[in-house]
Design a protein around this ligand. Structure first.
Ligand SMILES: Cc1cc2nc3c(=O)[nH]c(=O)nc-3n(C[C@H](O)[C@H](O)[C@H](O)COP(=O)(O)OP(=O)(O)OC[C@H]3O[C@@H](n4cnc5c(N)ncnc54)[C@H](O)[C@@H]3O)c2cc1C
Length: 541
């Protein structure tokens, strides 16, 4: 999507430059360019689109697709048993919202209250709630918590059937209540997953925040444009240098550059521009422009084992419902009615639960995929169900740093998963909760049997050893340009980079801690709030 009448070389000075058209950046660009007097440049390293983005099942086709995905991987580490964990990231308009699992979860009110208590004024739940409401149009209707008039369409899946009924009933049998809206008054309980899907189509931020404004002549969207460095004049950011179709160009800015390149690439871009840990940068031959110790630190993600269960009751899982010729039926169901396997989010049912009594709020997320699948998300021959389980607010932190001054070289990613013993303990408890639920009478009635971790693994040590063998992320890295007032913070509560004028970061990297659940909704909220802060600054200037 490139403005046909807006050549990149014509205008090289803008009021605002946004780097990265992902979940947050697309929203920032939309809101800033709503005023026709603002000239806005939006730079995206990836292409405008991919044929698989609009179909929800395209998730499985994009997760290893180099045409829409940065395809990063983490360094081998002790608690992955030396495995290198894949780190997929969207590389196209819409960013990761164009390749993700389409599940829509805000998190708990306590998540944002914690951010505020860490010294971030204006980020309490009460303060961010209006932004959550203004981004969405939820088909469940408007109330104190939900919005109905925003650009992002959010729906309740209408999947039904014996498997879903049994899961809800089994949850009740182990005292997990049904919650009709986990994005409402309280998160706790088992629910159908709300999804960024409407009429069977993916609602990425490209679809909802960029497509409708294609005609704005004051917004220049340039795709396949890799921002290689920020241009600094002393302690002020005055522009960016980027490469597009073999040419290296520079764009200048009157007001601000907003970096929304995501948790992996935002710290990478700061470091490439000389903002970060001096010794590290000097060691790679990067001129130090500004010492900032926290750049790339505080990396957090959800580390989740996938438990696997076989089911003998016929016709209840997609392994049965999409087998052989029935796959054609699924395709027809999708194309004529926008329903069935091709139109569901990656995990259409989820539960937010407490790992132990006495906790104030849930600390564990369980997500069910109504099928068994092999590596590469290929349907297994054996009918069954997959359930992942993880600690929602892990304490373990890792880091991301450049390994070279070359902007095209992938950064080095170290998660340090389970370096906190609390995370290990909660993850083991999470697996035990899955077992309790999957062996409750309602699930047993479907002929459910544990495949992995396997009934023979019973002690905490055995379960933990298995987790280290198999767990992967649920693709929610955050925190590498964290917001706060402390020495390791990269941005302040206005998302301004500490010590640099004219530069903000607005994406998942600013989260000081992980939110309780998936991270697309909070990233979009961050984009919305960032834009309102930028506009407020402009009106005060
Ligand atoms: C496979 C997968 C499944 C997921 N499933 C879910 C889910 O079901 N629900 C959920 O809530 N969350 C999910 N997530 C996470 C969620 O999508 C992300 O947390 C969210 O999209 C992050 O938004 P962001 O704006 O920080 O970054 P992104 O959306 O990743 O955007 C960053 C953008 O910047 C661009 N960029 C990077 N570097 C440069 C550069 N140097 N120059 C120009 N452009 C650049 C990128 O190409 C990208 O478009 C998933 C993520 C993945 C990858």
């Amino acid at each position: 999507m490139s403005q046909a009448d807006f050549e990149t070389s014509d205008i090289d000075t803008y009021d605002y430059i946004v780097v990265g058209a992902g979940s947050a950046g697309s929203v920032v660009a939309n809101r800033l360019s709503a005023n026709p007097r603002h000239k806005v440049l939006l730079l995206e390293a990836g292409p405008a689109s991919n044929p698989w983005t609009s179909i929800p099942i395209g998730f499985a086709k994009l997760i290893e697709n180099p045409k829409a995905n940065w395809l990063y991987s983490a360094e081998p580490e002790a608690n992955t048993n030396g495995r290198s964990i894949p780190v997929p990231r969207g590389k196209l308009l819409g960013g990761s919202s164009s390749i993700n699992g389409l599940v829509f979860v805000r998190g708990q009110s306590q998540d944002f209250d914690t951010w505020a208590q860490m010294g971030n004024k204006g980020w309490s739940y009460e303060s961010v709630l209006p932004h959550f409401k203004s981004i969405e149009s939820y088909d469940g209707g408007e109330d104190e918590f939900r919005g109905r008039n925003g650009p992002l369409r959010v729906t309740d899946p209408d999947e039904t059937g014996p498997l879903y009924e049994a899961l809800f009933e089994a949850a009740g049998q182990v005292n997990i209540p049904h919650n009709p809206d986990y994005n409402g008054a309280t998160q706790e309980g088992i629910s159908m997953s709300q999804a960024t899907i409407s009429n069977g189509r993916r609602m990425s931020t490209a679809q909802c925040f960029l497509e409708p404004i294609r005609g704005r002549r004051n917004l220049n969207i340039v795709t396949d444009a890799l921002t290689e460095a920020l241009v600094l004049d002393g302690k002020r950011c005055v522009g960016v240098r980027y490469s597009v179709r073999g040419a290296t160009l520079e764009a200048r800015v009157n007001r601000e550059v907003i970096v929304s390149a995501g948790t992996i690439n935002s710290p990478q871009l700061l470091e490439l521009s000389g903002i970060g840990q001096p010794e590290r940068l000097q060691g790679l031959g990067v001129d130090v422009q500004h010492a900032l110790a926290g750049v790339g630190e505080n990396l957090r993600d959800h580390y989740a084992p996938r438990t696997r269960w076989t089911i003998t009751a016929p016709g209840v899982t997609y392994n049965d419902k999409a087998r052989g010729a029935k796959l054609v039926m699924q395709a027809m169901k999708y194309f004529f009615f926008h329903k069935g396997m091709m139109g569901i989010p990656a995990a259409p049912i989820r539960a937010f639960v407490r790992s132990r009594e006495g906790l104030e709020a849930p600390d564990v997320l369980l997500g069910w995929v109504p099928m068994l699948y092999e590596p590469g998300y290929k349907l297994s021959k054996t009918p069954g169900v997959t359930c992942y389980a993880h600690a929602m607010r892990p304490d373990s932190t890792g880091h991301i740093h450049i390994s070279s001054a070359d902007p095209k070289a992938p950064p080095t990613i170290n998660f340090n998963f389970l370096s906190s013993s609390t995370d290990a303990d909660i993850t083991v408890r999470a697996v035990r909760i899955v077992r309790d639920l999957m062996t409750a009478p309602a699930m047993a009635a479907l002929g459910t049997k544990e495949l992995l971790p396997g009934e023979s693994l019973t002690t905490d040590d055995e379960i933990l050893a298995w987790i280290k063998e198999v767990a992967e992320t649920t693709y929610h890295p955050v925190g590498t340009c964290k917001m706060g007032p402390d020495p390791l913070a990269v941005v302040d509560d206005q998302l301004k980079v500490h010590g640099i004028e004219g530069l903000r970061v607005a994406d998942a990297s600013i989260m000081p801690t992980l939110t309780s659940g998936n991270t697309n909704a909070p990233s979009i909220m961050i984009g919305e709030k960032a834009a309102s802060m930028v506009l407020a600054s402009a009106s005060q200037a």
